[in-house]
Design a protein around this ligand. Structure first.
Ligand code: NAP
Length: 328
């Protein structure tokens, strides 16, 4: 019997056709919930799963007895029970690299927008309130020449640091990552303890994966150590931060502001104070959201899936230990 693919969200017709050339494909372009009965039925017959933005639970895996591989259209894999997948022999692949520069652009957009109060002041103009030259109460703070503290210094963290160091003459500190001597040389970056980074940075940028070790990595004690002039940027995942502690720190002036692409609950709940705070720039999780990059991510995921269904090594496997004989 030919293998079947269950696809959900983010694939274009060309990519779907590429899958359909070789496999039977069930596609749920606007899947709203994994409880959709038709989705559940397709899951029961799927050998390969491809998509994004769906929490995959052990209970869902129980409903997918034939599943061999999952191809995530994302670099972050916090929606997947990775150890459980490996235990069941299900190979997970993801899409690093193709989104690195675009996500770093978003990070820098948040740094610039927060420091120069771009969103707040653009709204002021839109409301027709610009009647005379602005005064000091609407001034921002410089980005160039300041200290950029990177919490996480992987692919995206390094790309943000490169923009900061080479484009804006920033001094770069990094913590929660192994030392990278070659980047210390190229960017003048310095590895340090988190404590020192928090005390010295003008911009503190979180870009680590979300896992048991990084959940609530930044909470009340960390905000208390930051400069009162510091701007906090979260481009990682909402749960890397204790959001209640962050809101307290923003409200009481413990830090100057925040630029946020990710939140504990997405979309943001209506009662969240964050979108209404003047010192917060809140974006709807757009890190990789450009036409070019989303297409490249989906294509990488399609390529990963086709290779895996052939029993070959995908371009970017996340848990090769799931297939020890083939990929070990
Ligand atoms: P990466 O290359 O794997 O870099 C991760 C960095 O975090 C590395 O420096 C790593 O340290 C460090 N790290 C610290 N604690 C860690 C831990 N407990 N487990 C694993 N790594 C830890 O990943 P990336 O491509 O830069 O992406 C990072 C994360 O950004 C993704 O996982 C995703 O959640 C998030 N992201 C968000 C968006 C968005 O739309 N906002 C877009 C893309 C990615 P070492 O250097 O020692 O390995």
């Amino acid at each position: 019997m030919p293998k079947r693919i269950l696809a959900y969200r983010r694939l274009d017709e060309q990519q779907l056709d590429q899958l359909r050339e070789r496999y039977q494909v069930d596609y749920f372009g606007k899947l709203s919930s994994a409880d959709d009965p038709a989705f559940r039925e397709a899951l029961g017959e799927a050998h390969g799963l491809i998509g994004a933005g769906l929490k995959i639970t052990p209970e869902l895996l129980d409903a997918a007895p034939q599943l061999e591989t999952i191809s995530s259209i994302s670099v972050g894999v916090d929606s997947y029970p990775v150890a459980e997948l490996s235990r069941r022999g299900i190979l997970l692949s993801h899409t690093p690299d193709v989104l690195t520069e675009t996500t770093a652009d978003t990070g820098f957009a948040l740094i610039m927008a927060s420091a120069r109060r771009v969103v707040e002041l653009a709204e002021y103009v839109k409301r027709g309130e610009w009647q005379e030259s602005i005064g000091a109460e609407q001034f921002g703070t410089d980005v160039h020449g300041k200290t950029l503290g990177m919490i996480g210094f992987g692919r995206i963290g390094q790309a943000i640091a490169r923009r900061g160091a080479l484009g804006f003459g920033m001094r770069v500190l990094y913590a929660k990552a192994s030392p990278k001597p070659e980047l210390e040389q190229a960017l003048g970056a310095r590895h340090c303890e988190l404590d020192e980074l928090l005390r010295e940075s003008d911009f503190v940028c979180a870009i680590v994966p979300l896992n048991a070790e990084t959940r609530h990595l930044i909470g009340a004690p960390e905000f208390a150590r930051m400069k009162s002039s510091a701007i906090f940027i979260n481009l990682a995942r909402g749960e890397v931060v204790d959001e209640t502690a962050m809101i307290d720190a923003l409200e009481c002036g413990e830090i100057r502001g925040a630029g946020l692409d990710v939140f504990a609950q997405e979309p943001l709940p209506a009662d969240s104070p964050l979108p209404r705070m003047a010192n917060v720039v809140a974006l709807p999780h757009i890190g990789s959201a450009t036409h070019e990059t989303r297409t490249a991510m989906a294509q990488r995921a399609v390529d990963n899936l086709l290779l895996a269904l052939d029993g070959e090594r995908p371009l970017s496997p996340f848990n090769p230990e799931a297939w020890p004989e083939r990929l070990g």
